[in-house]
Write a protein that binds this ligand. Structure first.
Ligand code: NAD
Length: 270
């Protein structure tokens, strides 16, 4: 392969611009198209100029079909409905689809499994090496400690984030549930307010903070009688997710059709 030809969808977004920068820093990849939604203010602008890396000669369009036809892969940090649509198009075009989008409702991402019969999909609520390593550690800790250790996942993000808990918090909750051998949906507590029953042993709780420009902070607390373990990851730069996504695309190029996670890309048992 020469350079892997990539499309950035949601090119006008915070992550879209970070993805454009990350591709331009990667010798093995190039941007061949950039897409955003119909009516978006950024349509017609040069993706590189918008991302602060100078003109790339790639204008942002609202036409993913034409974009995908000339690409080997798509980098997608947009919104669940958009990602489902892009998955159909990527499967038809037989290209790699890297999905960082979060905020999926229960079962909403099921059609992606069908698309993965033809496409190579890598989907993760967090594309950083650190968080995926943290997930592996959380799984180990949850497996080693019994259910007397209460597990709580605390996260903080910038004030613009629209979904809660974060995709990463859910990824970490899943890792804890896997370690315990339980189903997260049946054991997760997403909100607490007012007078309520005391905590049920074995539950996994989530707490969400929003404010300022925080890129992403996650702590998994394992609280026992008289002792507490806290495992924390702090993201200081959005570029680390974008670099992970480009790495996932390059990795996906050589894979068979299937549904993969970032743990697969990184060779981690999470
Ligand atoms: P953002 O709002 O800045 O950007 C989203 C972009 O997607 C916008 O430009 C929007 O116009 C575009 N978009 C929406 N619908 C579209 C459609 N139908 N077609 C084309 N473009 C469309 O948001 P953001 O901060 O960049 O985050 C985007 C997503 O990525 C969120 O779900 C966020 O939680 C997630 N995220 C994931 C990771 C990770 O590592 N997996 C890291 C950071 C953010």
């Amino acid at each position: 392969m020469g350079q892997m030809r990539l499309v950035v969808v949601g090119a006008g977004g915070r992550m879209g611009r970070a993805l454009t920068r990350a591709v331009t820093e990667t010798a093995d990849a190039e941007i061949v198209a950039a897409v955003d939604r119909e009516g978006a203010e950024v349509l017609g602008q040069d993706a590189g100029e918008l991302a602060g890396v100078g003109s790339l000669g790639v204008k942002i369009t609202d036409d993913p079909l034409t974009a995908f036809a000339k690409a080997d892969g798509v980098l997608d940090f947009t919104a669940p409905k958009a990602s489902l649509w892009f998955a159909e198009l990527a499967a038809q075009a037989r290209i790699v689809h890297v999905i960082g989008t979060t905020g999926w409702a229960e079962g909403e991402d099921a059609p992606l499994l069908a698309a993965a019969r033809h496409a190579r999909i890598v989907k993760s609520g967090n594309m950083s090496l650190g968080v995926n390593l943290l997930a592996a550690l959380v799984r180990k800790a949850a497996a080693a400690l019994d259910a007397d250790f209460d597990i709580e996942v605390l996260e903080m993000h910038h004030k613009h984030k629209v979904d809660a808990p974060s995709g990463t918090a859910l990824l970490l909750g899943e890792a804890a549930a896997k370690g315990r051998g339980i189903d997260l949906t049946a054991h997760s507590v997403r909100t607490r307010d007012g007078i309520m029953d005391p905590r049920t042993t074995g539950d996994i709780g989530f707490a969400t903070l929003r404010g300022g420009s925080v890129i992403g902070e996650h702590t998994v607390i394992l609280a026992g009688e008289g002792e507490r373990i806290e495992l924390t990851h702090r993201a200081g730069d959005r570029q680390l997710f974008a670099r992970g996504a480009v790495k996932a695309a390059l990795w996906g190029f050589d894979q068979k059709p299937g549904f993969y996670s970032m743990a697969d890309v990184l060779g981690l048992d999470a």
